[in-house]
Design a binder for this molecule. Sequence first.
Ligand SMILES: [Mn+2]
Length: 296
Amino acid sequence: MKRMLNPLVLDFDAAVHALPGEQRIALSDWQEAIRFGCRMKTLRALEAALAPQLDALLGPAFPIFIGSGDYHHVSYLLIERLRHLREPLREPLRVVVFDNHPDNMRYPFGIHCGSWVWHVSRLPHVASVEVLGITSSDVEAGHAWENHLRPLRQNKVRYGCVGRDVGLLQKLGGRGANSYASTTELLDAFTATLDASSAPIYLSIDKDVLSPQDVHTNWDQGTMRWSELGAVIEQLRERLVGCDVTGDVSVYRYQSRFKRFLSGLDQQPDIPARQLSDWQRDQHTLNLDLLRRLAR
Ligand SMILES: [Mn+2]
């Protein structure tokens, strides 16, 4: 019989409804400091506050729900801490990210939800980071320069885009940048690489990769269907040494004018309260199915 996994909820923003068997850490006091982005020093302070609980919980049995995609940089802490697993990693980690954005952009003020992949690619126990399902214009034309190019040149960070022109990125040496005509082609190409190595996999899902036909998030969304992503997750699950989930939806008004300014640049849409509760209910249904698919 399949066992339901015990999820851990890092509860910054009350986006994630109660999940069966969950443990939940209340972090609303950290919302202003961490949301969207922060100094590395601030992320370290969060790490110190979480360390005792995280070390007891890290591992494949505990998918970690972080809330809105505005917190995706918390994944950096979770991946970094895998160095402290009781059973050390047998070989360097393959980090697989599903996201509508590369999350590998330049950001001079510390770390944020759009730059954390670059930080992860520099960790010594990480072999590669694949970001799959990108349909954002972040990878094209005038935005190409905003990407961290070095890990793309080294093939340490790889993009699997859908329907995007990555010609300029490739001209700049970004051989890790690829685009496919459809989600199906992208996922077929990805799953064909799975048998080539036995590297342990860390899975990070930002549900903004999904079509708005499945769920709504805080960000502009991709075209992948949950049925497609769910099937890939079932193929990966035996290899997972960790998993986190963002892309649940919440509303927040920053006290900091600086953060209001930065997040305004990204044109996140306003979400009416009524719509928010409907969207969170749909997200909850999907989260339950995700837990079923992760269970072994
Ligand atoms: Mn993300």
